[in-house]
Design a protein around this ligand. Structure first.
Ligand code: MEV
Length: 461
């Protein structure tokens, strides 16, 4: 059986539809990379008229069928440029095989608040979920309470993008659950968005709101809201990555590059640069006002040579937790105290550029060398630690290069190797816990949706 736009689907329990999205999907390392529609306001949007829309929001009797949406996103591993990217230098991150999955259902009855994994939702414990709720699921506008289940195999607070993956998956699940209004604008056939978040709209409010709710029915375009689309086609990678970046920025004290969010959303390999890279596939540009001034990043995806399949990432977890916000603030203080040190940040940028070229050339010996050089600079910046250096030393004899990955101060290191078993054993012997991943994996995926929408939003007048 085939879904008109997305490929095969199955009928479950006679009343619910579970999609495993296929469609026109690029392949990385033999696996499909999920892509969704680009949010081009004036471009053709998928046809939605033929999809019967029946409001099934909160309070409506659903019989035996509970509405549910599940989405998942991969973690990320930074090959070059962490910390320097916060100051606009180039950086590269890859999606890893490990993922976080988020499943949401509406709470039946008169529950007072949301539940996460069966426990009462505590916004302080889940600041990313709270920040997404303020942007996508406003209780004041009648959004029903939700039960959220979070699962996965990305170790938390370890530099592998667990919070970005959670934010990307949760924003996709919430978007599918509420659907999206489109408008006709000037042309009856237009599928232009009437609400949502996009790099093509003015975005300052998505970054700046904290504890107040943002009007989810904000107009992305000036037209009337006439089409309501309520299926997984409403998911947009730019929107999910933008929301995830915004909530990461809140959690990181206002200083966050969009690297983690975009890599977890798009999958594959993501390059951030201070310039538009003519050889790469351009995604979008992000701007953020940080305490030190406005930053701008141009995001791209990189296509890798086939030989990438010969190398592996072995990730070693020190088990030491060091919050990203503190590490980022530490570097900011060092730069403020001695602005000359910006040269070190620029040197990381030069190393990253060289490493990126080697990656594209398939010269993995040079990639490994650049990773090791990058580690020396990170040590100098003060974001490494003895536990990381111990694991990096252990990995060195069997790998092409190794460095910390993420914010440092603890968390994980990564080794590039053609001998994943040997490198993993060496790291484990030195006391680290390891994960093995290929370079570049599937990005965001919507894994299940049934009985949509979970919240039927109203068009604004
Ligand atoms: C954290 O994964 C990477 C940092 O560069 C911070 C950021 O990019 O926002 C340390």
């Amino acid at each position: 059986m085939s879904h008109p736009e997305t490929g095969p689907y199955v009928i479950v329990n006679g009343c619910s539809i579970s999609y495993h999205l296929t469609g026109n999907i690029p392949v990385v390392n033999g696996r499909r990379v999920q892509t969704f529609n680009a949010p081009t306001i004036h471009a053709e949007r998928p046809t939605t008229e033929n999809k019967g829309y029946e409001a099934r929001g909160a309070g409506k009797d659903k019989g035996d069928c509970m509405g549910r949406v599940s989405a998942s996103a991969p973690g990320k591993c930074i090959l070059f440029g962490e910390h320097a990217v916060v100051y606009g230098q180039p950086a590269v991150a890859v999606a890893i095989e490990q993922r976080i999955s988020v499943s949401i259902e509406t709470l039946e009855g008169k529950s007072e608040s949301w539940k996460i994994d069966g426990m009462q939702f505590d916004p302080k414990r889940h600041p990313h979920v709270q920040a997404l709720r303020n942007r996508l699921w406003q209780p004041k506008q009648g959004a029903p309470n939700l039960s959220i289940r979070i699962s996965g195999d990305i170790p938390p607070a370890s530099g592998l993008g667990s919070s970005a993956a959670l934010s990307v998956a949760a924003s996709a699940a919430l978007r599918v659950a509420r659907g999206r209004w489109h408008n006709t604008a000037e042309h009856q056939e237009s599928r232009a968005w009437s609400e949502g978040y996009s790099s093509q709209f003015e975005q300052e409010d998505v970054y700046t709101i904290e504890n107040r709710e943002l009007d989810a029915n904000r107009n992305g375009d000036a037209g009337k809201k006439v089409h309501y689309v309520s299926d997984e086609s409403v998911v947009d990678l730019d929107e999910c990555a933008l929301l995830a970046h915004a909530v990461e920025a809140v959690a990181q004290g206002g200083r966050a590059s969009p690297m983690d969010a975009s890599t977890c959303a798009h999958g594959g390999i993501v390059l951030l640069s201070d310039t538009l890279e003519s050889e790469e596939d351009y995604l979008y540009t992000r701007r953020l006002k940080m305490p030190e001034g406005e930053r701008e990043w141009h995001l791209h995806t990189i296509q890798l040579p086939k030989s990438t399949e010969e190398v592996f990432l072995v990730i070693g977890n020190t088990g030491v937790h060091a919050p990203t916000s503190q590490q980022v603030a530490k570097v900011a203080t060092a730069m403020k105290e001695n602005p000359q040190r910006m040269k070190e940040i620029e040197t990381i940028g030069i190393i990253a550029r060289r490493g990126i070229q080697s990656l594209k050339d398939g010269d993995f010996t040079a990639v490994g060398r650049a990773m090791t050089e990058n580690q020396i600079m990170l040590q100098g910046l003060g974001v490494s630690c003895p536990e990381l250096e111990n694991l990096i030393r252990a990995a060195a004899p069997t790998s092409l290069g190794a460095k910390l990955t993420g914010a440092g101060g603890g968390g994980c290191m990564v080794a590039l190797t053609t001998n994943p078993k040997q490198t993993s054993e060496a790291i484990e012997l030195a006391g680290g816990r390891t994960l093995i991943s290929r370079i570049g994996n599937v990005g965001l995926s919507v894994d299940e949706c049934k009985e949509l929408p979970l919240w039927a939003t109203e068009p604004s007048a």
